[in-house]
Design a protein around this ligand. Sequence first.
Ligand code: ADP
Length: 310
Amino acid sequence: TVLVLGSANADLVVAVERRPAGGETVLGGDTVVMPGGKGANTAVAAGKLGARVALLGAVGEDGYGSVLRTSLESAGVRTDLLRTSARPTGIAYITVTPDGENSIVVAPGANSDVSPADVDASSAALRSAAVLVCSLETPLSTVEHAVAVAARAGVRPLLNLSPVAQLSSETLAQLDPLVVNEHEAAWLLGEPTAEVNGAEDGAEVDGAEVDGADLARRLLALGPRSVVVTLGARGAVVATPQGVHQIAAPTVHAVDTTGAGDAFAGALATRLGEGDDLVPAAEYAARVAAISVTRSGAQPSYPTAEEVDG
Ligand code: ADP
């Protein structure tokens, strides 16, 4: 079983001709409501691939919470560990201009309310999972507690360090793997770039194409048991004490890379949960993420196992 600890958000998307300045009102198109949040996306990616998966998190007692529960359940994700909070469901308010650029305000709401006590209340499910997958749209203290419980129980903890945060050395030492994109990698290594969060594919660090193998090797030296650095259209690099492996990305026509990192994490966890080694699991994850970028949206773009194999 895969246990995902993470966020569930409703993405409210509206197309606008231009973004309003302070004090200004502009009219937009019709609101499109999309299920999102890194935790829910990761869980749906795993569910669609056929994993036995549950999401540990929280939504509000409102219509968006129901939308999220329904989308999770229709992807085969168990929601019995998804608590209903007194705070509103997390919402991302997204405006999109004709040039395709997004402006996003995230109201974390119920996601901020996921606590170490929630982890303890789900400890039987956590301790019987094969893999724990976390990301950081839920509180860092909760994630660090879950990683510690997982590690003590022999559950493999995977952390997608997004959005980036400073981890304790104890947490870092348990991760197997730490998963980061190249901007998050640079930030962890003390080389912050302007685009740490929401960075685009193929972006460069300090104007030069980064050496993913070098990043992965240096991250491994910070203490995690293994590292995966995702590199957008350039694939990924896996680093373990046994060595460094390049993972090629299939060449595809990308139309929307939203949620590609979450697809990668969900697929990676699915395969690790089935007992694959990290390198073949990452090769599979790259195939899954490549399919996801050829379709629009996050969760609706994720493939089933049949689509990946076919
Ligand atoms: P994030 O979305 O978290 O910033 P990346 O941009 O590195 O992460 O994308 C995650 C993974 O998705 C990559 O490692 C790669 O496997 C896949 N991917 C992303 N963009 C493309 C692309 N244009 N073509 C093929 N695969 C892609």
